[in-house]
Ligand binder design. Structure first.
Ligand code: HAM
Length: 426
């Protein structure tokens, strides 16, 4: 019986990787143009890190983590997101203590969710995290940066920005008690999940997908009624910067995000092209997390793009990428010619920048080798038999135009091929 991949975990086949490579390259270039540096964290962390940062009463921690005990008895989890590990790493190495840092990372994340289009159990995030800056200007920079990414891939018309403020923890505390009283009064309308969340994590009730609950919430008290001066100044400051940058947004006061560490700004970029899994990027401010995880207090803000969702949107607007064929296919026959052909091939790869040369491996008459050369899509076949070798020559066959063949001195080959293929010599 064939063993199959784990449900919700996808292979990326060679036909798919060129678009991924392109997207990854553009994302890297974009964040580097804003002065961000890469950080790489382990995929596996102590379970406690996620429980303490994402929050015990969240879908991610309650039911979606891949957790296990290793042979030494340590409780570990595959990372469901990157922020917690990034903060842990920064604290551990003291790299955000009294310093500003703009960081980015890219890699696989794991959540045991029900797979559907745009939702997988292994997925990839491109994340950015900024430490040491507390004003709304850096929140705006992150939104400008993500907006630039949508522009580069021509998807701006299909994404919109939803924005909210969650206020300070003190404001949320006051709001929470008012919200709980309201929910208690209308307990009969609440579904089981909302009833449970009402006491453990009442703000998450705002995010309920249940229609009756949504209807009820129209009359619920609003968090924004509890905002003090500082929160309003931050939020209005951000809105002004976005207006000036020409970035459109909608205020969504139900936007609370699924992770517990946020305060002040939260946002999501949503698309109309993906059905239910419409958020392609989510993030916000998390000023308390660094201290909560044992570091010196530091303001922080960040976001993460879900790459599978981004890729689906890019494909939907017609983004395509394919890997071109090799330039040269090298055929040889006879023992001496074969071993010399490997040396020549290595010299050509060293001597011509960007040359893609494929060797014929395995036995076979020239006829069979030419068939493989043709199938490879190469522009030229190099043909070396013991006869040619004796003369110090090699035959170069043009596979794409007239099929003509000419003999070139082995020493002249780098010059000949580089000019025929318009590649530079090293
Ligand atoms: P998140 O909203 O949980 O935030 O995830 C960010 C993005 O990852 C989502 O908007 C979505 O595009 C993608 N994503 C999440 N779950 C899945 C899944 N099961 N399948 C496919 N894509 C998925 C965070 O993870 C925060 N760490 C973001 C952040 C960084 N906040 C501050 N800094």
């Amino acid at each position: 019986m064939k063993i199959q991949a784990i449900t919700g975990m996808k292979d990326l086949l060679p036909e798919e990787t060129p678009l991924w490579e392109k997207v990854e390259g553009v994302l890297r270039e974009t964040v580097e143009s804003y002065g961000y540096s890469e950080i790489r964290m382990p995929i596996l962390e102590k379970t406690d890190l996620f429980v303490r940062s994402i929050g015990e009463v969240t879908d991610v921690v309650e039911k979606e983590m891949y957790s296990f005990e290793d042979v030494g008895g340590d409780k570990l989890s595959l990372r469901p997101e990157g922020t917690a590990g990034c903060v842990r790493a920064c604290n551990e190495h003291g790299i955000i203590h009294n310093q500003e840092r703009r960081l980015w990372y890219m890699g696989p994340m794991f959540r045991h969710e029900k797979p559907q289009k745009g939702r997988y159990r292994e997925f990839h995030q491109f994340g950015i995290e900024v430490f040491g800056l507390k004003g709304p200007d850096i929140d705006a920079e992150i939104l400008m940066l993500t907006n630039r990414i949508w522009q580069k891939f021509g998807i701006s018309d299909h994404v919109k920005l939803e924005l909210n403020s969650l206020g300070s923890s003190e404001e949320r505390k006051q709001y929470r008690s008012k919200l709980v009283s309201f929910l208690e009064e209308h307990k009969d309308v609440l579904d089981e999940d909302s009833k449970r969340r009402m006491y453990t994590n009442p703000l998450r009730v705002l995010d309920s997908k249940n229609e009756a609950v949504q209807e009820l919430l129209k009359d619920a008290p609003k968090l924004s009624d509890f905002f003090g001066e500082e929160t309003l100044a931050h939020f209005n400051g951000l809105r002004k910067l976005l207006d000036e940058a020409g970035i459109h947004y909608e205020i969504n006061d139900r936007l609370v995000r699924g992770l517990d560490y946020y305060n002040y700004t939260v946002f999501e970029w949503v698309t109309d092209l993906l059905g239910a899994q419409s958020t392609i990027c989510g993030g916000g401010r998390y000023d308390g997390l660094v201290e909560q995880l044992g570091g010196q207090p530091s303001p922080a803000v960040g976001c993460a793009i879900g790459l599978e969702r981004f890729m689906l949107v890019a494909e939907a607007v017609g983004q395509k990428e394919s890997r071109g064929p090799v330039d040269v296919y090298f055929c040889s026959m006879g023992e001496n010619a074969r071993s010399r052909s490997f040396q020549i091939a290595e010299q050509l790869r060293t001597g011509i920048k960007g040359l893609r040369l494929m060797m014929n491996c395995g036995d076979g008459a020239f006829k069979k080798q030419f068939k493989k050369a043709d199938k490879s899509g190469a522009r030229y076949a190099l043909v070396l038999g013991d006869d040619e070798l004796e003369k110090g020559m090699i035959a170069v066959k043009d596979l794409r135009n007239d099929g003509s063949q000419q003999e070139v001195a082995i020493g002249d080959l780098p010059g000949f091929l580089s000019s025929a293929l318009s590649l530079d010599q090293d």
